[in-house]
Design a protein around this ligand. Structure first.
Ligand SMILES: NC(=O)c1ccc[n+]([C@@H]2O[C@H](COP(=O)([O-])OP(=O)(O)OC[C@H]3O[C@@H](n4cnc5c(N)ncnc54)[C@H](O)[C@@H]3O)[C@@H](O)[C@H]2O)c1
Length: 275
């Protein structure tokens, strides 16, 4: 049976772990050649090994998405390995504030999110800048470098940016993360207008609470899990493949008339917040 990504080359940032890794595996399963791009080269290589063991095609590249030079080198490495880029998922991200870690430190009598250094009046400028550099500027650098390459190829392509439910709601102690993700959502809409002339569709995915290493510490804490499950109408945490399937839809021709859109695979969390 034909795969939905047959003949395509997909570049996934943050591909070594969690949602990015889920996209790498799912896209490879559907026939894409996959470039696994991550700041953690060893873990990226391990994902390449998993894909090759399943009979797929993959390579890896070390990148710091907050650096323009590094991002340009990542695109060059993808073209050297596979000849082109058709699809990109920008999943690299960090969460200093760790909104997903809410309540973790309850065990020690203090809610992490209410700790002074998490709140804006005391948050360090370095911490603010790092979250914005990776989560927002990093996505912009990735999108524009990939778009320049796809425009040169001339046949169009797709970009999917990983935002978050935090793009839609304000969370105490997570202003940097929320602002970065709201920025990713608006960047997606702006780029969809500018890149349509190059037949490049740009969409976003806003995950709810997903089991990954970003939420790892929290997921091992029963009180956190039960609170998040109660908040989620479908009554479970998400798996990386739940997000990868949404990214897959936005990266193949089944979504050929969809651009500038955001999908929230969140088990219904944001349904109650929307107009
Ligand atoms: N886990 C959740 O519940 C959740 C919810 C909403 C949104 N998200 C978003 O999903 C994306 C993926 O997160 P995840 O949960 O899979 O986390 P994760 O920590 O498992 O994976 C993130 C990956 O990004 C890589 N990375 C970090 N900084 C980088 C940089 N500067 N350059 C290149 N790679 C870098 C890390 O090495 C890691 O492999 C993030 O953008 C995150 O904000 C996660």
């Amino acid at each position: 049976m034909a795969g939905r990504m047959d003949g395509r080359v997909a570049l996934v940032t943050g591909g070594a772990s969690g949602i990015g890794r889920g996209c790498c595996l799912r896209f490879a399963e559907e026939g894409a050649a996959v470039m696994v791009a991550d700041v953690n080269g060893e873990r990226a290589e391990a994902v390449v090994g998993e894909i090759i063991a399943l009979g797929g095609r993959a390579d890896s590249v070390v990148v710091d998405t907050s650096s323009a030079e590094s991002v340009d080198a990542m695109v060059t490495a993808t073209v050297s390995a596979f000849g082109k880029v058709d699809a990109c998922v920008a999943a690299a991200g960090i969460s200093h504030a760790g909104y997903v870690s809410r309540e973790i430190e309850d065990q020690r009598g203090q809610d992490r999110m209410d700790r002074d250094d998490m709140l804006m009046l005391d948050k360090s400028i370095e911490s603010w800048r790092r979250v914005l550099d990776v989560n927002l500027t990093g996505v912009m650098l990735t999108d524009t470098a990939v778009a320049r390459q796809i425009a040169k190829q001339g046949d169009g392509g797709t970009i999917v940016n990983i935002a978050s439910v935090a793009a839609m709601t304000a969370l105490t102690g997570s202003a940097d993360y929320c602002v970065s993700k709201a920025g990713v959502w608006m960047l997606t809409k702006c780029l969809s207008l500018e890149l349509a002339r190059h037949k490049i569709r740009v969409n976003a995915v806003g995950p709810g609470y997903i089991k990954t290493s970003m939420s790892g510490a929290a997921v091992s804490y029963d009180k956190w899990v039960s609170a998040r499950v109660r908040e989620t109408p479908l009554r479970r945490l998400g798996e990386p493949v739940d997000i990868a399937n949404a990214c897959l839809f936005l990266s193949n021709d089944e979504s050929s008339f969809v651009t500038g859109e955001i999908i929230f695979p969140d088990g219904g969390v944001t349904a109650a917040w929307r107009a």
